[in-house]
Write a protein that binds this ligand. Structure first.
Ligand code: ATP
Ligand code: MG
Length: 413
């Protein structure tokens, strides 16, 4: 049979891999909840505007990576490429503007038409948090610290670096933008096609280029840090101070910008060297302009999103599909007697499976493969004596026990 393919960059998640994703998600939601970020769920598709308005026409995810379609009412819809726009839209629709700060967490699939590679997919999951309604630098420090705690919980902090930068406020960025245009214009013939386009639309995005040629030119580009006005500079210094205060190590990366247009001030990324060029595992920043771009009032915001697949690639899974008890009959006629026993075991929280088919040697092979701790065996002799044969599969020790004794043994183990 010719297998039915899945779409490029879109994968099935088999149990072992899914389990790792679940560890990442559980840990992210738990730590967020402790910081009083409450989980919300937003739609997987929205009117395109929800993304096109705030993300702007220069962002890759709107120009090249989007999944847009028309539904039967001719509405233009988009599969969500990211979570922040939808969360802020939901916050505005729910009329929470007067009730700030609001702290949210979310996770779920995102969709981007990208060139698939390890850690870069077309359907992938993000887990993120958003803190809405606080313009203070304290909120930036809080979300970075929460991100760091999350990675610490996953036990991968020793493989992670934190990079931060500031994009300044609107005024600082305007002057910086002009300086960048003048600098990059001198190298126009050497820039990639994408970056030549960015030069007129959003020159800051050139700093975020993935082309090696561009990056050589970017190396000597002017730094935003020289163009910050007093307020933006003080703000950035306060953030660094806050991180120092928490003993969070970071490096300032003057070329770090976020790929999306709605960011201002703080930008940060937690990166690793372990995943090749897909090294950013958690990224975020401040997006004070976003609410207005969506048609709402001015609401400051700051947050981050983490790539679940990339984090799952990094965690050591202690998971083996281990079960506690397997049940086997000496012949198939005993299987139905095993069913109520399976029910009792599972009711007592004991993960179990009946091995229905095969001879005894095949059944023990499967028990071994499942890495089961114990076997319950039922045959003529046991039925006659109204007991079960209970075998410890690690020591090989066998004994005849009543079901209640088996339950005690397994639950006390
Ligand atoms: P990159 O520079 O790797 O393309 P990005 O700037 O587009 O990342 P964000 O939009 O900030 O990424 O998304 C936050 C996080 O989501 C990333 O740091 C990454 O871990 C993850 N991510 C983004 N795009 C993908 C993708 N196509 N496949 C898997 N994970 C992704
Ligand atoms: Mg990208």
């Amino acid at each position: 049979m010719e297998n039915l393919r899945t779409v490029r960059g879109v994968h099935d998640l088999l149990p072992d891999e899914l389990y790792k994703h679940q560890i990442v998600i559980k840990s992210g939601l738990e730590i967020s909840n402790k910081y009083n970020y409450s989980q919300i769920e937003i739609p997987i598709f929205e009117f395109s505007e929800v993304f096109t308005k705030p993300l702007g026409n220069s962002s890759d995810i709107v120009t090249k990576e989007n999944y847009v379609f028309r539904d039967r009412s001719e509405d233009e819809l988009m599969l969500r490429p990211e979570g922040t726009s939808g969360v802020v839209r939901a916050f505005l629709n729910a009329g929470l503007v007067q009730d700030v700060p609001q702290r949210f967490s979310y996770y779920g699939p995102m969709f981007r038409y990208e060139r698939p590679q390890k850690g870069r997919l077309r359907q992938f999951k993000q887990l993120g948090i958003e803190c809405l309604g606080l313009s203070s630098a304290m909120a930036d420090i809080e979300v970075i610290s929460l991100g760091q705690e999350f990675l610490d919980q996953l036990n991968i902090l020793d493989k992670i670096n934190l990079k931060i930068n500031t994009l300044g406020d609107f005024d600082s960025r305007k002057i910086y933008r002009d300086a960048l245009i003048s600098y990059f214009s001198d190298y126009k013939s050497k820039l990639s096609e994408d970056s030549i386009k960015r030069l007129s639309i959003n020159p800051l995005r050139i700093l975020d280029s993935k082309s090696d040629e561009d990056l050589k030119i970017v190396e000597n580009a002017p730094s935003i840090l020289e163009f910050l006005n007093f307020d933006s500079k003080t703000r950035f210094e306060n953030i660094c101070k806050g991180l120092d205060h928490l003993n969070i190590k970071y490096t300032i990366d003057k070329n770090l910008v976020r790929g999306l247009d709605y960011y201002c001030h703080t930008a940060f990324e937690f990166t690793t060297n372990e995943l090749g060029s897909q090294g950013t595992v958690l990224a975020g920043g401040r997006y004070d302009g976003l609410s207005k771009m969506l048609g709402g009032p001015d609401v400051p915001g700051v947050g981050w999103a983490a790539g679940v697949e990339r984090l799952a690639l990094m965690i050591e899974s202690k998971f083996i599909n281990k079960i506690e008890v397997v049940l086997m009959g000496q012949s198939e006629s005993f299987n139905y007697l095993l069913l109520p026993i399976l029910k009792k075991l599972t009711q007592n929280g004991i993960k179990s499976e009946i091995i229905y088919t095969g001879n005894m040697s095949k059944k023990f092979k499967r028990a071994n493969k499942l890495k089961a701790s114990y076997a319950i065996i039922l045959g003529e002799e046991e039925v006659g004596k109204k007991v079960l044969k209970f075998k410890d599969l690690t020591s090989g020790k066998e004994e005849l026990l009543k079901l209640s004794e088996v339950l005690l043994k397994v639950t006390n183990d």
